[in-house]
Design a protein around this ligand. Structure first.
Ligand code: DCP
Ligand code: CA
Ligand code: CA
Length: 390
């Protein structure tokens, strides 16, 4: 029940998120963004591309080269290529530099994104994905508001994504969403920026006001007219001056953004429709027994989640990620909802037996998911039912 209670408290008091009612822990908010995401996925899949300019493109199909660059790796960016540039123009800039042009494969990136979000969700208190390659997270509770612990947790998040997907990302940690996002932008690629409450003011002060989320070209020139160029200058502006120019709401927002006091909480998605756990196997294998053994802790974790949420489930899915990074799944659905661990284990064993026969390759990672969640309410779990009456 702890989780549910903590979550309720967070909702009641988005400013602190303190565990077990301890008030006013400094918030610890993170923003994570994967580096040159689509292009990096292609590099991981085909390591021989490393060192070459890579552009991932959406072809419109009108002529051979019509379309735009979806993203480019940093090598290609060095030649001035960027997202949204026409393919023809990008090719001109990369002429003579051995560029690799790849067609965008959205499904592939999405599957990887989902796996990463799932993994992240297990490492933080609250995760709010905001795009295919980025998310805000709240780690106030798990760090106790301590920024050194936050730094270590961020390092382990980076290490986990490197281990599971071989991808690099950038992370910013700060006391608000805006500060965290500025931090991750600044850390690109592959970096980590920790902005503790004490250093927030000096971190923000020199930045251009246009870097703040929500400050576009129009606001930027309005601010310039008022003699405001940096975030520090904005932070020192009197509230009435800002409100006169931008209205109460936006004026207030600008001031909060500039002082790193924007209180927008990290919002978890809707109630989870499933619980899952994916692990990277100690070695690639075809042996379902080996897989199940290494998933044992993961299944306990899922079962714990199930219990603490007061849910039961109908469907178990075995997830196998093969050495070529393709994903194979197989599911079993029970007729009635269940809340015990044993049927999860048994179903997963049977499903991995079947998967291993059809996969055709070794498993690199493996996972179990339960879905078809229902409230337990007064439905008796098998173990309670079998327990002798006292
Ligand atoms: N994307 C796209 N078209 C754009 C911008 C982005 O298709 N105009 C896609 C491709 C990117 C992904 O979204 O890989 C994530 O976008 P980002 O803005 O985060 O950019 P990248 O991840 O590519 O690079 P960075 O390292 O700067 O984050
Ligand atoms: Ca990115
Ligand atoms: Ca992004």
């Amino acid at each position: 029940m702890d989780e549910i209670q903590d979550h309720t408290r967070r909702l009641q008091n988005p400013l602190n998120g303190g565990p077990r009612g301890i008030p006013f822990l400094p918030r610890v908010i993170g923003h994570i963004d994967l580096d040159y995401f689509y292009a990096q996925v292609e590099e991981v899949e085909n390591p021989s591309l490393k060192g070459r300019p890579v552009i991932v493109c959406v072809f419109s199909g009108r002529t051979e080269d019509s379309g735009v660059v979806s993203t480019a790796n940093y090598k290609a960016r060095g030649f001035g290529v960027h997202s949204g540039m026409p393919i023809i123009q990008a090719k001109k800039r990369l002429e003579g530099h051995d560029p690799k042009v790849i067609r965008m494969d959205h499904e592939k990136y999405e599957a990887i994104s989902n796996r990463i979000m799932e993994e992240l969700g297990q490492m933080v208190d609250v995760l709010e994905p905001t795009g295919i390659d980025e998310a805000f997270f709240d780690i106030t509770n798990s760090t106790g508001g301590d920024y050194s612990r936050a730094s270590r947790l961020a390092e382990s998040i980076k290490a986990a994504i490197t281990k599971s997907e071989n991808l690099t990302c950038s992370i910013g940690i700060g006391r608000s969403k805006i500060v965290a996002k500025l931090g991750s932008d600044m850390a690109k690629p592959g970096g980590l920026t920790i902005i503790s409450p004490e250093t927030t003011e000096s971190f923000l002060a020199p930045l251009d006001a246009s870097k703040l989320y929500g400050v576009g070209p129009k606001t930027t020139s309005a601010l310039e007219e008022m003699g405001i160029r940096t975030v520090g200058e904005l932070a020192k502006t009197s509230p009435p001056d800002l409100e006169r120019r931008f209205g109460r709401k936006f004026g207030g927002y600008l001031l909060a953004a500039a002082t790193g006091t924007d209180a927008d909480p990290v919002a978890a998605g809707l109630e989870p429709a499933q619980f899952s756990r994916i692990v990277t196997l100690r070695r690639d294998t075809r042996d379902p027994k080996e897989v199940i053994e290494q998933l044992s802790g993961g299944m306990q974790y899922i079962h714990g989640k199930l219990e603490s949420s007061g849910k039961s489930f109908k469907t178990v899915t075995a997830i196998g990620i093969l050495t070529d990074l393709s994903t194979k799944t197989k599911s079993k659905t029970f007729e009635t909802a269940i809340s015990d661990l044993t049927p999860i284990r048994e179903a997963a064993s049977a499903l991995f037996d079947e998967l291993s026969k059809t996969a055709g390759k070794e498993f690199r990672r493996a996972g179990v998911r339960i879905s078809g969640l229902e409230d337990v309410e007064d439905q008796t779990s098998l173990s309670e039912f079998l327990r002798p009456a006292r």
